[in-house]
Structure formats: structure tokens, C-alpha cells
Design a binder for this molecule. Structure first.
Ligand SMILES: Cc1cc2nc3c(=O)[nH]c(=O)nc-3n(C[C@H](O)[C@H](O)[C@H](O)COP(=O)(O)OP(=O)(O)OC[C@H]3O[C@@H](n4cnc5c(N)ncnc54)[C@H](O)[C@@H]3O)c2cc1C
Length: 499
């Protein structure tokens, strides 16, 4: 008995050494297609979760000359603005941790003179094509007490129009956010997921993908007016789509319209750049992957530059819906349409007459719209006020904005820049998901998760899971560094991943 206990003791004592020495001989080559937040997060978490002695070579391919993908910037009249993924939620813990790891500064939207850099007091209106059916007050005073009164009056205005449905709406969003927080739990209690369905079911989010947002909110007891106006405005701004998107995409979109939203000073793309820098990857810019072939023990990736790369693991970190990558043997995923959002940036001045108003000051900083096929845009927002005669705006629309139309909406137009984004999936309910593992072997697809919701943070969350999936399937055990390297989110509201 004593001998058996001694053997057990020796085994327990030496097990970590044995396991880590087995990973000392572990080597792996990984090719990642795409340098957005998804691809760069896969690279980051592969490093984070593998033993330092493991020899993992990582190549990242990017067809463009810059990293970041949909976290892109646009230059308007010498000023640079977010053109794609702009705002992050205060509980987007991976993104928050990335900024700390990389040493990036956080910027609060519309930051102007407020001492904490925060100034969320822009006014907001809902336009139905004939008039503003709802409008908040604008604060133009530097007196903090007046700010408070106006913000109180705006809350009162909202309650006056939409009643206590607003509280039910908030509860619905909070419930969904709380379920999402499970993805930051310690990996001791958080499994590695082979499918998106499993991942969503584990967090209690899957059912929300089975119904439209509208169905979900009606069953939660929200008033039709709130759904038709405020919530429709939110889904149109964040996903360019109506309340017929899935309940989950809708909840994520609604969470992205609350308070405390932030972005990275100088551009969110720096998160991808920083992660790639820290992860010791071979970055191939301006190199598009055209085919991925499974040749038995490895994948062969062929690029637009005529190069061929061999990797034991291949990761697709970009939506496949509009791409022409040839897979051999072919892979089959459920058909998915990307929703195109046209982002038009204008430096000039809005035309008050278009809105039936007497002066440009009366036009809210954020104009949202209800669902009406006759309305030519989803939203118009102020990005920067240069002076009374010059403002930079961002217009979101489902179709390209023709010059003739812009000339009606704007009285002055000094510069106009148009971007047609294959922005996010065209959401529906029930959603059908592509697998994380495309071929049952070592070909992975991060953006399978995008049917649940498309945000910078959801890409990071999906990437974290894919990185763990790769390591656990490749090395047959959960990497040593995982255990105990994290503390739960509940600790201080911030994740302490060993970044
Ligand atoms: C207009 C707009 C507004 C948005 N607003 C927000 C927001 O406010 N908040 C938020 O959280 N999210 C927002 N999003 C969504 C968010 O930007 C995306 O969900 C997220 O950035 C996706 O990251 P990704 O890495 O998964 O994909 P991507 O960023 O698309 O990265 C994929 C990369 O792969 C590259 N690539 C593709 N094919 C190949 C190939 N064959 N070879 C080599 N490289 C290739 C692409 O060039 C790209 O760089 C918005 C998106 C858009 C378009």
C-alpha cells in the first residue's frame, strides 16, 4: 500500500514534467488566412496557451497591404476615422486585455473636453421620412449640473414614449450579456467546443438563434412601438438590418448601443497589429491564399504570389461567403449571404430643408431611421464638428448613395468617400452554422461563429476557442499553461489572462 502511494506520489509529482517534456518535442506549423481580429487572436492564443518549449511556427496571410480587416480606418479631409468596426462594449474583456497587453489607449466616443475624455451627450432622433417621431435634447452647456438635468429629461422623454418596456428591454440585454460572460470563465470549467451550436448551448445563448429578434421581444412583453422605433433604429445602425435578424444578433446589437462604449485611440486595427507583433508570426502581407489542399499529413496553401506553403494546421479567419478559395477536397458549408453596408463619409453640412427643419443645428447628431423601403439611408451620424460650417458625417445605407441623392441631403459637400462593405452575415432565424472544423481534420473556420453575431469581441471569443481546439486536438491534452492561468471575470470585472 505504502509503495502504491509512493508510486502515485512520484507519478503526480512528475506528471507535469512528463507532460511538458512531451510538449517539449511538440512542434506544429499553423497557417492562418486573414489578419483581422479573428486571425490575430488565433495566433495570440496559440502562443498564450502552448508551453514555451513547444515549437509552433505561425504564418499569417493577408491579401491587403495592412492588417486588421474590417477594423479599418478612412481618411476624410486629413482626419482619420473608423470605417468599419468602431465601438466596443465595456465588457469586451479580450479587447480590453489586448489594449493593456499592447499598451494602447482607450478613447471614449465623441471625446471632447470632459475631464475623463468622455462626452456622450450628442442628441439623437428617429426619422421616418417625414419628420422626427422622437428626438432627445442636446446639451450645449459646459455646466455639469445642466448636463445632468438634460440627461434626466431625455430619460423621462424615453419613458414617456416607450414606457416600462424599456426596463424589459434592458433586462433582456443584461441577461444575454451575462450569459456571454461565461466565455471568460476559467478554462478549468470551460470546455473546448467543436461546434458553434455546442458553444452557444453551453452559454445558454443557442435558443436566441432560433427566433427572430421581433418574436423574442414580443414574447418578452415589449411594446410594438418600442420594437418598431428604437430597437429597429439600433439593428439598422449596427447590422443594417431589421428586427427580423435572430434574437441573439439583435441582443448583441442592442448591447452595442448602451453606455460606456469605447474604441482604441488611433484605430482599433492596432489590436490586430499588436497581437501579431507579440505572437512571433511570419506575416505575409499582400499575399492572397487562392487554394488549400489536404495532402495527407499537411495542407498546401497556394498564394497569388505563386508561392506554396505547407502547414499541418490551416485556419480560415475570414468569412468564406464571397471568397474564391478552392478547397481540395471541397468543403461544404451552409449557404450564407453577407449583408452589404454602404458607408459614405461626407465632409460638409447637412441640408436642414431635407429634414423639414429651419437650421442645421436642429438636426440631431445621430439620425436613426425606422424600417421603410422608401428611406434611402439607415443612419447619419456626426463624426467631428470642425466649425459651424463644416462637419464630418458617416452615412450608413443598404444601397450606394448616388450623388444626386447626397446633393439633396447635404447643402455643402467638400469631400465624399464611399465604402461598400461585405459587412456581416445577413441574419435570419433559425440560424444554421458552419462547423469550426471544416474537414473533420485540421482545417479550421473561425468565422463560423459569425452567424451568432459579428463583432470584434465575438471574433476574439471564437478565435480563443479555435486556438484551444487546435492545441487540444493536436497534442491530445489541454495545454498545461491553461490551468490556473486565469482568474474569473467576477474578480474585478476584468479578466486576468496571462497575456
Ligand atoms: C461597417 C461596419 C461596422 C461595424 N461596426 C462594429 C462595431 O461598432 N463594433 C464591433 O465590435 N464590430 C463591428 N463590426 C464588425 C467587426 O468589424 C467584425 O465582426 C470583425 O472585425 C471581424 O473580424 P475578422 O477577423 O473575423 O474578419 P475580418 O476583419 O474581415 O478579417 C479577415 C481578413 O482576411 C483577409 N483575407 C480574406 N481572404 C483572404 C485570402 N484569401 N488570403 C489572405 N487574406 C485574406 C481580409 O483582407 C481581412 O483582412 C462592423 C463591421 C462593419 C463592416
Amino acid at each position: 500500500m505504502v509503495a502504491r502511494i509512493a508510486t502515485l506520489f512520484v507519478l503526480l509529482f512528475w506528471l507535469p514534467v512528463i507532460t511538458s517534456s512531451s510538449s517539449a518535442s511538440s512542434s506544429l506549423s499553423v497557417c492562418i488566412v486573414g489578419s483581422g481580429i479573428g486571425g490575430s487572436s488565433v495566433a495570440h492564443f496559440l502562443r498564450e496557451y502552448s508551453s514555451p518549449s513547444a515549437s509552433i511556427s505561425i504564418r499569417v496571410f493577408e491579401r491587403h497591404g495592412v492588417v486588421g480587416g474590417r477594423m479599418a480606418r478612412v481618411n476624410v479631409g486629413g482626419d482619420s476615422f473608423e470605417a468599419g468596426g468602431s465601438i466596443l462594449h465595456p465588457k469586451n474583456y479580450y479587447a480590453l486585455n489586448y489594449t493593456r497587453l499592447i499598451g494602447l489607449k482607450i478613447r471614449w466616443p465623441n471625446a471632447t473636453s470632459a475631464s475623463d475624455g468622455r462626452d456622450d451627450d450628442g442628441d439623437f432622433g428617429i426619422w421616418d421620412g417625414k419628420g422626427f417621431v422622437f428626438k432627445t435634447w442636446r446639451v450645449s452647456s459646459k455646466l455639469p449640473f445642466l448636463d445632468k438635468i438634460v440627461s434626466f429629461a431625455n430619460t423621462a422623454l424615453l419613458f414617456w414614449r416607450y414606457g416600462f418596456s424599456l426596463i424589459r428591454m434592458d433586462n433582456f440585454v443584461q441577461r444575454t450579456v451575462n450569459n456571454f460572460l461565461k466565455y471568460y470563465e476559467n478554462t478549468d470549467s470551460r470546455p473546448v467546443f467543436e461546434t458553434v451550436e455546442e458553444m452557444l448551448k453551453w452559454a445558454g445563448l443557442y435558443d436566441l438563434t432560433g427566433q427572430t429578434l421581433e418574436e423574442e421581444l414580443i414574447s418578452t412583453g415589449l411594446s410594438p412601438l418600442l420594437i418598431r422605433e428604437l430597437i429597429t433604429v439600433i439593428t439598422r445602425i449596427n447590422y443594417g438590418q431589421s428586427v427580423s435578424i435572430s434574437g441573439l444578433a439583435g441582443a448583441v446589437s442592442m448591447a452595442g448601443s448602451g453606455g460606456g462604449l469605447w474604441s482604441v485611440q488611433g484605430g482599433n486595427w492596432q489590436m490586430a497589429a499588436g497581437l501579431l507583433n507579440h505572437s512571433n508570426v511570419a506575416l505575409h502581407l499582400r499575399e492572397e491564399i487562392q487554394s488549400i489542399s489536404n495532402l495527407g499529413n499537411y495542407y498546401e496553401l497556394n498564394s497569388s504570389e505563386g508561392n506554396s506553403y505547407k502547414c499541418e494546421v490551416a485556419v480560415v479567419a475570414t468569412p468564406l461567403d464571397e471568397l474564391d478559395i478552392r478547397f481540395d477536397p471541397p468543403v461544404s458549408i451552409p449557404p450564407r449571404k453577407l449583408h452589404h453596408t454602404h458607408a459614405t463619409f461626407v465632409r460638409g453640412l447637412l441640408n436642414p430643408a431635407y429634414f423639414g427643419l429651419g437650421s442645421v443645428e436642429e438636426i440631431p447628431d445621430l439620425v436613426g431611421t425606422i424600417e421603410d423601403p422608401g428611406l434611402p439611408f439607415s443612419s447619419i451620424s456626426v463624426l467631428k464638428r470642425h466649425d459651424e460650417k463644416e462637419v464630418t458625417y458617416k452615412v450608413f445605407s443598404r444601397e450606394a448613395m448616388a450623388d444626386t441623392l447626397l446633393d439633396q441631403i447635404f447643402s455643402v459637400r467638400k469631400e465624399t468617400i464611399r465604402i461598400d462593405w461585405g459587412a456581416y452575415p445577413h441574419y435570419k432565424a433559425p440560424e444554421v452554422f458552419a462547423p469550426f472544423i471544416l474537414d473533420g481534420q485540421h482545417l479550421y473556420y473561425v468565422n463560423a461563429f459569425e452567424n451568432a453575431a459579428s463583432t470584434m469581441e465575438t471574433s476574439a471569443v471564437a478565435a480563443e476557442n479555435v486556438a484551444r481546439l487546435i492545441l487540444s486536438r493536436q497534442f491530445g491534452h489541454v495545454p498545461l499553461k491553461l490551468s490556473g492561468s486565469e482568474s474569473s471575470v467576477a474578480d474585478e470585472g476584468v479578466l486576468h489572462l496571462d497575456l
